[in-house]
Design a binder for this molecule. Structure first.
Ligand code: 5GP
Length: 191
């Protein structure tokens, strides 16, 4: 059987849109030719988040040291914290023939699009802005200040959705997951 093509996949969408839920289902259903890139962040862990699984939680000093060492494929400041993608991890996996999925916000996504024009880019949007706010508040994971910053970023992110190859509306999660699987299969299939 033919091996699949290794692709860098950028997965972006406003905070609260349901990216995590879609991805946890997606990774249960697809083959092991794709890996999730675990980001570094200076944000504090939420309840239930595990270091090395959800993120590598590091200090601002450690993050800035990594910036100086050119360790990031991209990084951004979002809602008062740094987030960045480990360059070595991504390059190594692509070399091994694995696709890599980056779950990142807009500024980082635009950086990767410039550096890696072959990347497949996917934007997840909510059915409406009101629904996004409802979901973000319903998570009870953020302070009011953080919610307001995230909603502000969401407006800019939604205004840039047309820069992505694919836009998936997350109205019904199962449908969004099926669409993501179809894109993954199409983009990585060897003709
Ligand atoms: P959260 O704090 O909700 O986990 O993440 C906030 C935002 O940062 C989300 O939109 C998430 O996709 C994004 N994010 C997570 N990791 C990275 C990363 O490595 N780089 C960038 N630019 N954004 C990231």
């Amino acid at each position: 059987m033919n091996k699949s093509k290794a692709k860098l996949i950028i997965f972006t969408g406003p905070s609260g849109v349901g990216k995590g839920t879609i991805l946890s289902d997606f990774f249960k259903k697809v083959d092991n030719n794709i890996v999730y890139s675990i980001s570094n962040t200076t944000r504090l862990p939420r309840d239930g988040e595990i270091n090395g699984m959800h993120y590598f939680f590091i200090s601002k000093d450690e993050f800035e040291k990594m910036i100086n060492e050119d360790a990031f494929l991209e990084y951004a400041c979002y809602s008062g914290n740094y987030y960045g993608t480990n360059k070595n991890f991504v390059m190594q996996k692509i070399k091994e023939g694995k696709s890599v999925l980056l779950e990142i916000e807009l500024k980082g996504a635009l950086q990767v699009m410039k550096k890696c024009p072959d990347a497949v880019t996917i934007f997840i949007k909510p059915p409406t802005f009101e629904e996004l706010e409802k979901r973000l508040r319903g998570r009870h994971s953020e302070s009011e200040e953080s919610i307001l910053k995230r909603l502000e970023s969401a407006k800019e992110e939604l205004n840039n959705a047309d820069k992505f190859h694919y836009v998936i509306e997350n109205d019904i999660v199962d449908k969004a997951v099926d669409e993501l699987i179809a894109i993954y299969n199409k983009e990585t299939r060897n003709e």
